[in-house]
Design a protein around this ligand. Structure first.
Ligand SMILES: *[C@@H]1O[C@H](CO)[C@@H](O)[C@H](O)[C@H]1NC(C)=O
Ligand SMILES: *[C@@H]1O[C@H](CO)[C@@H](O)[C@H](O)[C@H]1NC(C)=O
Ligand SMILES: *[C@@H]1O[C@H](CO)[C@@H](O)[C@H](O)[C@H]1NC(C)=O
Length: 527
């Protein structure tokens, strides 16, 4: 059956080729949501997909109903420990961060990174140090490893199985991994570091900030990755580094696109596939559709702060609800907490909402969002202007992009936000047509491309399977030292030659001047 599907799909799309056997690295949360769509498409096209999954995972459950196979592995850490880590991280980012100074934040981030690394390395142990599992993988005849590198060691497995590696992710802090390990050029004068909240138009001060951000994050990464470097070197039995191993990836599938990013240089093995999870809207459940229709010409506002922040202090939810009660639109609010006292007639709370279907509804006027990439992409896809209330992580930076492109109004701090701010923000986004026009422009750019993002992601994975890698797209920069990369050795050489030539020229002219003056003096004496 699988062979028939594979054969037919190859016949219709490419004419020739082969069906692949894809090994997928485990991941978590929204990363998994994105990855799963790619995996399902791979299966539709007849490939075999095997997902490595730890026996302790918060989000990934070996689900019988899924069509791909799971390969479980043992980890020493249990799900409770992970839950605690995620809670600690959230508490820090949402509640603690603005009470700390920059140095304290950096120290705390270092602590958390270090904890995440320990977790990640204990996962590595579960795979690499289980001879039984490694043998199974070796005998599995895989064609490619597909990895979202929030957890390490996929690079080692690809190396050990001697097969190509395809990365898929959104960004690393200040683009450290892409720049230092992937060799992507990023001039700090106009490429703002990821998470800096800067745009491509920077003042002198902002360029200083961006440069310092790059340098500090590079230094941070070099220190923070030491443990992984050692682990990799020890396992492979030769000196290497995490960065060097990352640099071996054949293709980097980056989950953004030029509707969201500022234009910047990139490399032939970097492909931009943002918005691959977006689909046309499906009909809403009946009672929800009735509520939406009851809004008349005013339309509706869709409101969610993401799946991780389901509850908030009562005082905060009251402030928000009282603001929402003042607008003429109907509001659908995804909120798992207790019903606020100030909830207006026009607002309904839901434990879960079909976000994509609501954003695609013709009555939708605005999207109040925390600024997660998935939500922003759904809004771009359906051309909905946004009111951003960023919480943590990449969210402030994502929303800074949307604000710079004129498709969003951003409220900086939910904790100090006054109801009037929220009302004014919504008024602007809904009543001022420039936001809708910009959202429509981004949406046109998003849809007007040679290949849909999901097809492009699948194409490059299949490309790597068919051609046993894509090393021809990997720039030679990987094999240069830093001074060769910046041509410092060439400059030094040319400078030496120039100095030598100038020196000789200077000496000669001195000699010449002396002689001619000497002669003329002699001449004048004779005269
Ligand atoms: C995981 O642990 C169980 C029991 O300790 C063992 O039977 C199983 O073979 C282990 N799995 C792997 C992949 O090592
Ligand atoms: C938009 O303007 C109309 C009047 O032109 C006003 O009634 C309405 O409240 C404004 N929209 C919002 C979201 O408040
Ligand atoms: C609409 O918003 C844009 C961007 O913030 C602003 O430049 C413009 O003046 C606003 N128009 C009105 C009529 O308020």
């Amino acid at each position: 059956m699988r062979l028939t599907v594979c054969f037919l799909s190859l016949l219709t799309v490419f004419g020739t080729g082969k069906c692949g056997n894809v090994l997928v690295w485990y991941t978590e949360g929204s990363h998994w949501i994105n990855l799963k769509i790619v995996l399902e498409t791979l299966i539709d096209r007849g490939h075999d997909v095997t997902v490595l999954v730890p026996d302790a995972s918060l989000f990934m459950k070996a689900d019988e109903s899924d069509r791909f196979s799971y390969q479980p592995f043992n980890v020493s850490m249990d799900a409770q420990e992970m839950r605690n880590f995620v809670d600690e991280f959230l508490h820090f980012s949402v509640f603690e961060m603005d009470q700390l100074n920059l140095l304290q934040i950096q120290i705390k981030v270092y602590e958390l990174t270090s904890k995440l690394q320990d977790m990640s390395l204990s996962y590595c142990d579960g795979i690499l140090k289980s001879p039984k599992l490694m043998d199974k993988l070796r005998n599995g005849k895989f064609d490619v490893v597909l990895s979202d590198p929030i957890y390490q060691c996929s690079e080692i497995v690809a190396e050990e199985l001697d097969i190509p590696l395809v990365y898929t992710f959104r960004f690393s802090l200040a683009h450290v991994a892409e720049r230092l390990c992937g060799q992507i050029p990023a001039p700090p004068s106009y490429v703002p570091g990821a998470m800096s909240k800067l745009t491509d138009k920077m003042s002198f001060t902002e360029r200083i900030l961006n440069m310092l951000f790059y340098l500090s994050q590079d230094a941070f990464a070099i220190v923070a990755w030491k443990k992984i470097d050692n682990y990799y070197s020890e396992y492979l039995g030769r000196p290497t580094s995490y960065c060097e191993m990352m640099g071996k990836a054949d293709i980097w599938l980056i989950r953004t696109y030029w509707d969201f990013e500022f234009p910047r240089p990139f490399l032939p093995n970097f492909k931009y596939i943002g918005g691959l999870h977006c689909t046309p809207a499906k009909p809403l459940p009946k009672d929800m559709e009735e509520f939406v229709q009851s809004s008349g010409d005013d339309g509706i506002v869709v409101f969610t702060l993401g799946s991780l922040i389901d509850k908030m202090p009562k005082e905060m939810s009251n402030r928000i609800a009282s603001a929402l009660a003042q607008i003429p639109q109907k509001v659908l609010w995804r909120y798992g907490g207790e019903k606020p006292d100030t909830l207006g007639e026009n607002t309904r709370t839901y434990k879960w909402i079909p976000q994509n279907d609501l954003l695609g509804h013709p009555k939708t006027r605005a999207f109040i969002t925390h600024g997660g990439t998935n939500g922003i992409y759904e809004a771009i896809y359906h051309a909905v202007p946004m009111l951003g209330i960023p919480m943590f992580g990449d969210q402030p930076d994502n929303l800074a992009h949307m604000k710079a492109k004129g498709a969003a109004v951003v409220i900086d701090n939910i904790k100090t936000m006054q109801p009037q701010e929220l009302v004014d923000g919504l008024n602007a986004v809904i009543n001022n047509s420039s936001y809708k026009e910009n959202a429509m422009r981004l949406s046109r750019i998003h849809h007007d491309r040679p290949m849909k993002p999901l097809d492009e992601a699948v194409f490059w994975i299949e490309f790597v399977v068919r051609n046993k890698g894509a090393k021809h797209l990997r720039v030679e920069a990987h094999n240069l030292t830093w001074y060769q990369y910046h041509c410092l050795d060439v400059f030094a050489f040319l400078f030496t030659i120039l100095t030598a030539v100038l020196y000789v020229f200077f000496k000669l002219s001195k000699l010449f001047i002396m002689r001619c003056c000497f002669r003329s003096k002699q001449k004048s004496k004779k005269e």
